[in-house]
Design a protein around this ligand. Structure first.
Ligand code: HAM
Length: 409
């Protein structure tokens, strides 16, 4: 028996991976245009990075980490997210300059797998470190929105909230804990257990929604500075006509956030795990890792989920041309034509086996080529037969003009 991939992991193969390529390219392009450099951090880290950075009481750290001892006896963890690593890397660099970076790669969380919730999943994200201005929050939120737009998800909404500064949060936490304790009899056992350790986590519990409807919200308990900050973020999003709505119960599951937190949703992706991406401001994180106070804001988008939400395209061609050799004797010429067209920047392929013309055309269809170039007898007079594989129309084209012909159609 051929071994199967581990539960909650996927092989992402063509043609399904065509969408991944579209998305990853769109992200790379956006990140570059917004001035984010590329960052690559290790896929495993000292476990301590996450227990300190993400928070020991969080669901991610408590239940979802792939943690093991390496052969040297160190506790290491497959990264469940990348923000803690990026901030660590920034602090180790020792500079205090503004730092804008983008990443793409797999993350690992031991979750109950379902569509859009995987144990190995892919994120693309940006981190804007060293900038306290609400305009940085607005820029980061815009990037996620533009990414969704670029892949055809045009109805995305940003759910937005402020959880305040650490002092606001501590006061709110107490208030919430008091409220939950008072209503403990109506809560699930899970929620009751969380009251003491991390009452904010209860806010995520769908099973306790009825009680939570009456709970105090973080936004009602903000310092003037934090209130001014979120108002400026809202105004910035309004100015760009990015749809956003207040979500008073949005707190997010990671401990490093303060002030702005946000998630993206779309009607095209309605699952139990509905968020296509999320992020927020994390001014406390550098301090949690033992560094100086450094502000930061960032986001991560869930590629597996976005790909599920992308509209079905009109089966776009993935090759501009498939070169067909009319007989085995013309294989070398066909190969030369392939090379020259590739050098011109076109997406070109051919069949390297000794197949019939019919079989080569079948391969061209299977490979989703837009056109076929047939190298046959007319090559002797410097011509190639070009066939539009959608309409079936054929034309005889000067062999030196094939690239031009393809680009003109
Ligand atoms: P997060 O909300 O944990 O945030 O993850 C961001 C996105 O990753 C989610 O909105 C979701 O689309 C996707 N995601 C999370 N878990 C899974 C899973 N098991 N399967 C599939 N997709 C998943 C963070 O990770 C923060 N580091 C974001 C951030 C960056 N905050 C500041 N900078």
């Amino acid at each position: 028996m051929i071994p199967r991939p581990p539960k909650g992991t996927d092989d992402i193969l063509p043609p399904a991976s065509d969408r991944w390529r579209v998305l990853l390219r769109a992200f790379d392009d956006l990140a570059e245009r917004f001035g984010y450099g590329l960052v690559i951090t290790p896929m495993f880290e000292a476990t301590e990075l996450f227990s300190r950075g993400v928070g020991a009481e969080t669901e991610v750290v408590e239940k979802q980490m792939y943690t093991f001892e390496d052969k040297g006896g160190r506790s290491v963890t497959l990264r469940p997210e990348a923000t803690a690593s990026v901030v660590r890397a920034y602090l180790q660099g020792g500079s205090s300059a503004v730092f804008k970076v983008a990443y793409a790669g797999p993350m690992f969380r031991y979750e109950q797998p379902q569509a859009g919730r995987r144990r190995q999943f892919h994120q693309v994200g940006v981190e804007y470190i060293g900038e306290p201005s609400p305009d940085a929050d607005v820029e980061v939120i815009e990037i996620g929105f533009r990414l969704l737009e670029a892949v055809g998800i045009t109805d995305a909404v940003v759910l937005l909230n402020s959880i305040g500064d650490p002092a606001d949060r501590a006061a709110y936490r107490e208030l919430l804990a008091a409220f939950l304790t008072e209503r403990a009899g109506e809560l699930t056992a899970d929620a009751r257990r969380r009251i003491a350790a991390n009452p904010l986590r209860v806010l995520d519990s769908k099973a306790d929604a009825a009680v939570l409807a009456d709970a105090p919200t973080p936004a009602g308990h903000l310092s003037p500075a934090a209130a001014g900050h979120i108002a400026a973020v809202r105004a910035g999003l309004d100015a760009m006509a990015i749809p956003h709505q207040e979500e008073p119960r949005l707190v997010r599951g990671l401990d490093y956030y303060n002030r702005t937190v946000f998630e993206y949703q779309s009607a095209s992706y309605q699952a139990a795990q509905a968020s296509l991406g999320g992020g927020g401001r994390y001014d406390p994180l550098a301090g949690m890792l033992g560094g100086p106070e450094v502000p930061g804001v960032g986001l991560a988008m869930g590629v597996d989920r976005i790909v599920l939400a992308m509209p079905a395209g009109d089966e776009e061609a993935v090759l501009d041309v498939f070169v067909v050799a009319a007989d085995a004797g013309r294989r070398t010429i066909a190969l030369e034509l392939v090379r020259s067209l590739r050098a011109e920047g076109l997406r070109v392929d051919l069949d390297l086996g000794d197949k019939s013309v019919k079989a080569q055309f079948r391969a061209a269809d299977r490979r989703r080529a837009a056109t076929a170039a047939v190298v046959g007898e007319e090559w002797e007079s410097g011509r190639v037969t070009m066939k539009d594989l959608r309409s079936g129309a054929e034309s005889s084209v000067d062999a030196r003009e094939v690239a031009k012909w393809i680009r003109r159609r």
